[in-house]
Design a protein around this ligand. Structure first.
Ligand SMILES: Cc1cc2nc3c(=O)[nH]c(=O)nc-3n(C[C@H](O)[C@H](O)[C@H](O)COP(=O)(O)OP(=O)(O)OC[C@H]3O[C@@H](n4cnc5c(N)ncnc54)[C@H](O)[C@@H]3O)c2cc1C
Length: 445
């Protein structure tokens, strides 16, 4: 049975996240964006408020939140600052492979530690030479007895400069693509691990992004969370559960942009009227509202599937693709409603526009989501309708030159759809001139 209402617990999570975002993020978001700095004291406050590790299972001392609980909170944080929300959310992304894996020793060690101590967890598949094509990663994992030695550079790593732990995806053989990929929990204070400089970015500047360099890093076997051959699937299973959250970031940002546009339109005057009275402005607001609502429904559906034991992969892609593209359109239209003021740094829309642009890139670009959806629609998707050539004849009355009721058989030209009533197909189709072999017998009473 479908139910679109949040439980009392989910409403409490939403309230808590909303209050935190308004009280703690709103006063500092623009300042840290301008300074291109990550406010550690805010991340610590989010940690202490229970907004960082909600999804750790109860068995390891966590709250055991589901994906839906997470997206509800994420929307609220991102409504105030997508960049800070990204850094706050990053523990969930970094830990998801660990939560999904079978390595009980690593789970006990890291998941229980992280519920007690303020520890940050990053996620690293991307490298300087690859992002979308995870199967082509090059970071080397060389077996050495029971351990592995890691060498390579992971790139674009959110919280890379502040994380205590990183889930590193590497390969035992770059030539073997998916088959060689494995995954490890790496502690950033281990010998050979170093972070690069914080990268200057277009948006989400309050979120730390660096490379992580690995030079002869010895990883003990206890820290292998996916042996060679299982790392690629683990990364994809992770994304299927975290992509709805990227959609939720987008909804939060779009919702705020819409609210700012409404506020402005109700006050701004032009041509002797408040601009909100112009239907052109009202229609923009209507479209913003429609996109926010539609996006949220898709995200909640994907989250619900993840929480109810289904494979959320396709719905996760649908929700990420739709919500992130819709959000950029909403923020862009909100900027238009605010005219020149929307384009200044005095108002928050320009920051929202810069921040929102990233959603179409990380955790799988829009093109990657389209590849996943095309693969599904053209592959495992089960159509309901019969194929075009097997459709029943819908235009029997069009054939006044034949007695369709007494015809011994009915043939359809596979090329142009022409329907022929006779014992045998015609020598060639009178419409497209294809030969008799193009005809399929579709009825013989
Ligand atoms: C701020 C930021 C934070 C990030 N955080 C993390 C993180 O924490 N951890 C992590 O591992 N990564 C992270 N990333 C990396 C991010 O996931 C990648 O940037 C993303 O997956 C795209 O990879 P790429 O940049 O290498 O682009 P490429 O893969 O090189 O793609 C370039 C363009 O080509 C398109 N393209 C590629 N292949 C195809 C195809 N077959 N058909 C059609 N189009 C295609 C892409 O869609 C894109 O438009 C982050 C990135 C940014 C910018």
């Amino acid at each position: 049975m479908l139910n679109f209402s949040l439980s009392p617990e989910q409403k409490a999570i939403q309230k808590e996240a909303r209050e935190f975002a308004l009280k703690e993020l709103l006063p500092v978001a623009w300042e840290y964006d301008q300074r291109e700095e990550t406010p550690m004291h805010i991340l610590h406050k989010a940690y202490d408020a229970g907004l960082v590790n909600g999804d750790i299972p109860k068995a390891y001392g966590g709250k055991g939140y589901g994906v839906l609980d997470g997206v509800v909170a994420t929307e609220e944080l991102s409504a105030v600052c997508p960049g800070l929300a990204t850094s706050i959310f990053d523990n969930s992304l970094g830990m998801e492979p660990l939560i999904l894996c079978d390595n009980e020793t690593a789970k006990q060690k890291y998941l229980t530690t992280i519920t007690r101590d303020r520890k940050f967890f990053a996620f690293a598949t991307s490298e300087p030479t690859m992002g979308s094509d995870v199967s082509s990663l090059r970071c080397m994992a060389k077996p050495d007895g029971d351990d592995y030695i890691l060498n390579g550079t992971k790139f674009w790593i959110t919280n890379g400069g502040i994380a205590d732990y990183v889930t590193v995806f590497a390969t035992v053989d770059p030539k073997s693509a998916h088959q060689g990929i494995c995954a490890f929990v790496v502690e950033t204070n281990w010998k050979g691990v170093s972070a690069g400089r914080h990268m200057p970015k277009f948006g989400q500047r309050g979120s730390n992004t660096t490379a992580i360099n690995l030079k002869d890093v010895r990883v003990p076997k206890e820290n292998v969370i996916a042996p060679p051959g299982q790392g690629f699937a683990l990364a994809m299973r992770t994304f299927a559960r975290t992509r709805p959250s990227i959609g939720a970031f987008a909804v939060g940002a779009a919702r705020s942009a819409m609210e700012f546009a409404i506020d402005y339109a109700k006050k701004r005057r032009a041509f002797g009227s408040k601009i909100v009275n112009f239907q052109a402005i009202q229609f923009k607001i209507a479209e913003m509202y429609q996109k926010v609502e539609t996006s949220r429904l898709l995200i909640w559906k994907a989250a619900w599937e993840a929480d109810n034991g289904m494979d959320p992969n396709v719905s996760a892609s649908v929700s990420k693709l739709y919500a992130t593209e819709a959000a950029f359109e909403v923020v862009d239209q909100a900027l238009q409603v605010m005219g020149g003021y929307g384009y200044t740094r005095f108002f928050p829309i320009e920051k929202l526009l810069r921040d929102t642009r990233l959603f179409r890139i990380y955790e799988g670009t829009s093109e990657v989501q389209r590849m996943i959806l095309a693969g599904h629609a053209l592959g495992s998707y089960q159509p309901v309708m019969p194929s075009l050539e097997d459709l029943p004849i819908h235009n029997r009355n069009d054939f006044d030159d034949v007695d369709v009721e007494t015809a011994p058989a009915v043939w359809r030209c596979r090329m142009c759809g022409y329907v022929h009533f006779a014992e045998a197909p015609p020598k060639e189709c009178p419409y497209c001139f294809f030969p008799a072999s193009a005809f399929k017998e579709i009825e013989r009473p």
